[in-house]
Design a protein around this ligand. Structure first.
Ligand code: KIV
Ligand code: NA
Length: 288
């Protein structure tokens, strides 16, 4: 079936059906998301920590990131593909940010939008927030943008850690709301709310006229996103409170690989009759 468009996502939003979104980091995980019929695949910069072993998402390089975007885009299926603008790929100048986004879209016709983390430290500061300006510049050039507000991991140092945003004071909650509104006003087709009290995200969703996607933002948003490695339990550790672990792919995989290694040790793999290849008797006789 044909790839989904923003109009398809809006049709769900208008019908008040939740938009489903999950991350993918390569061809295999993208194929799983496609087969599960998720509306949107996000190539998130969580790739860095979840699939590449980095300590911080901010460590990933743009070329490494693009290599994974390309692999995800090779997965057949209708999901709308969105990519994160990784740390360091857009902050130097508007021109750098525009060039990065254009390169993603030129790299594969399957890339339908970019996602940018946007600060909302205070109402005075946010008017001039650089990412907000960049979002406006991209939208005005016909590049669809999802604005990411609330907990913005690339800005974890500015936020003094990874914590709930907009819960401590009315000003903090208002700053997130106003930033979401400004993102809508500059043309973002959707706003992602991460780690925001569910009352705040429901309020924002009611006030906006574009869909909101939540992670740690409760039920009152227009759709949900989770990191695929959390959903599948790919890592041995517990998942964050905002996620739900639907399986234990880590222990399943370890168990299966152990079975294989045990078969090799016991010389029960390979089985010559099932996994082996034959040589004709005449050829073998000649060889001898
Ligand atoms: O990088 C990522 O996976 C994300 C989602 C958690 C929203 O930005
Ligand atoms: Na991200």
């Amino acid at each position: 079936s044909r790839p989904k468009t923003i109009a398809d996502l809006y049709a769900k939003y208008n019908a008040q059906q939740p938009i489903t979104m999950v991350t993918a980091y390569d061809f295999v995980t993208a194929n799983w998301a496609q087969a599960a019929e998720c509306d949107v695949i996000l190539v998130g910069d969580s790739l860095a920590t979840c699939a590449l072993g980095y300590e911080s998402t901010n460590q990933i390089g743009l070329e490494e990131f693009r290599y994974h975007v390309q692999a995800v885009c090779r997965s057949p299926g209708p999901a709308f593909v969105m990519v994160d603008m990784p740390f360091g790929s857009f902050e130097s100048s508007i021109q750098q940010g525009v060039e990065t986004a254009i390169a993603f879209m030129k790299g594969s016709p399957r890339v339908g939008a970019v996602k940018i983390e946007v600060g909302s430290a205070s109402s005075a500061f946010q008017e001039q927030d650089y990412s907000l300006k960049l979002a406006a510049e991209l939208c005005s050039r016909g590049i669809p943008v999802m604005g990411h507000v609330g907990l913005t991991p690339q800005r974890a140092h500015s936020l003094s850690g990874f914590k709930v945003q907009g819960s401590k004071s009315a000003e903090d909650a208002a700053a997130i709301y106003h930033t979401a509104q400004q993102l809508q006003n500059v043309g973002c087709f959707s706003v992602l709310l991460e780690c925001v009290p569910h009352k705040v995200s429901s309020y924002i969703t009611e006030k906006l006229s574009v869909p909101t996607i939540g992670i740690g933002a409760g039920l009152g948003v227009s759709g949900q996103v989770l990191v695929q490695s959390d959903v599948l339990g790919m890592a041995p550790h517990t998942v964050p409170k905002l996620a739900r672990k639907y399986g234990d792919l880590h222990s399943q995989s370890v168990g299966l690989i152990r079975q294989y290694a045990n078969d090799v040790t016991a010389r029960t793999f390979p089985d010559n009759s099932k996994n082996g290849f034959k040589i004709k008797d005449v050829v073998w006789a000649e060889f001898l």
